[in-house]
Design a binder for this molecule. Structure first.
Ligand SMILES: [Zn+2]
Length: 499
């Protein structure tokens, strides 16, 4: 809410442009309608004279950060010029997670070789490029930022163009340099720093735009190897934000870098932690697949420390290592997670994410008044175990029979806390009725201990699975049902959260 006094104050600070942004307009459209390449674009037109910047993602289907980051950038607004985003340029390849258009080999399948230039004219070929080129010509972009990923780190001597900015025209080198400076700030390891490359490959969209349209064009390459998706998306967002600020289209890059979801999006917004201690990318994809209809974004330690959780309804901390996740987000991140739940956010822990929420670790979030029991024998092994749902459990997961088998991967054994930080009553939703005990553990220790619990914490709600519903057949809807319970008390925000 901006009062007249506050408005006067903002104007006196010279932040008129930030306020004027609200006068802008969102436009949306579809290209290649009715074909397998049908895809949506979104534009934010500030209604103030200025440059048009086009951000493209998903030209190659096996480069998820380009697509994800563009989808996130599509939620941004600008206060000068026009920001146009095409997040999924190649839907069939994205669905198949392949570089090439499924069914087409070599350059015939590589969409980024389909924008040939002859005599300064672009002759788009193949099944997708003609519609994309017609769209680009209609947008008349001054700047094109095409988001891609490579398999290696260029600065470490890889042949891959991963972790670089590739620029075609010499005149655009200063813009390339300012994006490099922005993204390299905070990257300590010299082998992981972004480098400048010059001259874009023939047939590529960016080269065609530079040569035939006279546009400033860059390919922004992150690296998928050994880096979580959240970090790569943040790098993409940081490069694009830096360019927009330099073009005078926004005042400050940080609010853009931290913006990943549209606060007006009616879909449930779920943050899935993917930083250190969070297991593999395939685990993340499995969670997403079991949350249909939700906007799921991967968040890393930097996102959490920056307060990005506030735009979400709930956070999931998945399997992996509880201490590893705690160390990754650090004390500031743990305080952010606690505050998020305290203020009404939902928390869902699975295995390691449940350890993280317990009371008796120095690194624990202390959201749930339960201790981890028999800690010495945490390596008790993997097994399919019997659980018995309570009445509340059957109601939560819409089950008619109490006994189920569920995958167990060394999740926590829980018992009431000695010194609870949270005095709310814990509901047990299911009990372990069988146990496993390798590496010196006694299988009987875990029999009749809670397998799934839920509790309120401040204004928010917490639900912990010691075992893995997402790895168990016929439990594909349990995560979504857990989420439904966890966010029931949280009203959907009516406006953008204040920062
Ligand atoms: Zn690529």
């Amino acid at each position: 809410m901006i009062t007249a006094t506050r408005l006067a104050h903002i104007l006196s600070l010279g932040l008129l442009l930030a306020v004027a942004a609200h006068a802008g307009e969102i436009e949306e459209g579809v290209i290649a309608s009715g074909t397998p390449f049908e895809t949506r674009w979104r534009a934010y037109d500030s209604d103030v004279e200025g440059p048009t910047v086009l951000v493209i993602g998903g030209v190659h289907g096996n480069e998820p950060s380009g697509h994800r980051a563009a989808r996130q950038i599509a939620t941004w607004s600008v206060n000068r010029g026009r920001l146009v985003v095409l997040p999924a340029a190649n839907p069939p390849a994205l669905a198949a997670r392949t570089r090439r258009i499924p069914g087409l080999d070599g350059d015939a399948g590589d969409l980024n070789r389909h924008f040939e230039v002859m005599d300064d004219e672009v002759r788009p070929t193949g099944p997708a490029a003609p519609a994309i080129w017609t769209f680009i010509e209609s947008i008349k972009p001054d700047v094109i930022l095409d988001l891609h990923e490579g398999y290696g780190f260029r600065a470490a001597g890889s042949k891959s163009v991963g972790t670089s900015i590739i620029t075609h025209r010499k005149v655009d080198d200063p813009a390339q340099q300012l994006m490099l400076d922005a993204v390299n700030r905070g990257i300590e390891n010299p082998e992981r720093r972004f480098v400048d490359l010059n001259g874009i490959v023939k047939g590529s969209l960016a080269r065609a735009a530079a040569v035939a349209l006279g546009a400033e064009a860059h390919i922004l390459e992150t690296t998928w190897k050994d880096q979580p998706l959240s970090r790569r998306c943040r790098q993409h967002r940081r490069m694009v934000a830096a360019r927009l600020v330099d073009l005078g289209m926004n005042v400050d890059s940080e609010p853009m870098v931290d913006m990943m979801v549209d606060p007006e999006d009616a879909r449930p917004r779920i943050a899935l932690f993917d930083g250190a201690g969070a297991g593999s990318a395939s685990q993340g994809r499995r969670f997403e697949a079991q949350l249909p209809g939700c906007r799921v974004e991967r968040l890393g330690p930097e996102d959490i420390q920056a307060g990005c959780l506030d735009a979400f309804d709930a956070v999931i901390f998945p399997g992996g290592s509880g201490s590893g996740q705690a160390e990754a987000i650090g004390v500031p991140g743990r305080e952010k997670v606690r505050a998020f739940v305290d203020e009404g956010g939902g928390y869902i822990g699975v295995c390691a994410g449940s350890y993280l929420a317990l009371d008796n670790y120095t690194w624990g979030l202390r959201l749930v008044p339960m201790d981890s029991h028999d800690r010495k024998h945490w390596r008790r092994g993997n097994a399919s175990l019997k659980i018995e749902l309570t009445a509340e459990g059957m109601e939560t997961f819409l089950e008619s029979e109490p006994m189920r088998e569920i995958a167990f991967r060394q999740g926590p054994l829980m018992q009431p806390s000695d010194e609870p930080d949270n005095n709310a009553a814990v509901d047990v939703l299911a009990w372990f009725r069988t146990g496993v005990g390798r590496n010196g553990a006694d299988p009987a220790t875990m029999v009749d201990t809670p397998a799934i619990v839920r509790v309120e914490f401040g204004e928010g709600r917490v639900l912990l699975f010691s075992p893995h519903p997402e790895l168990t057949d016929d439990m594909e809807d349990w995560l979504r049902l857990a989420f439904d319970w966890a966010v029931e008390t949280k009203p959907v925000p009516a406006a953008a959260p204040s920062r």
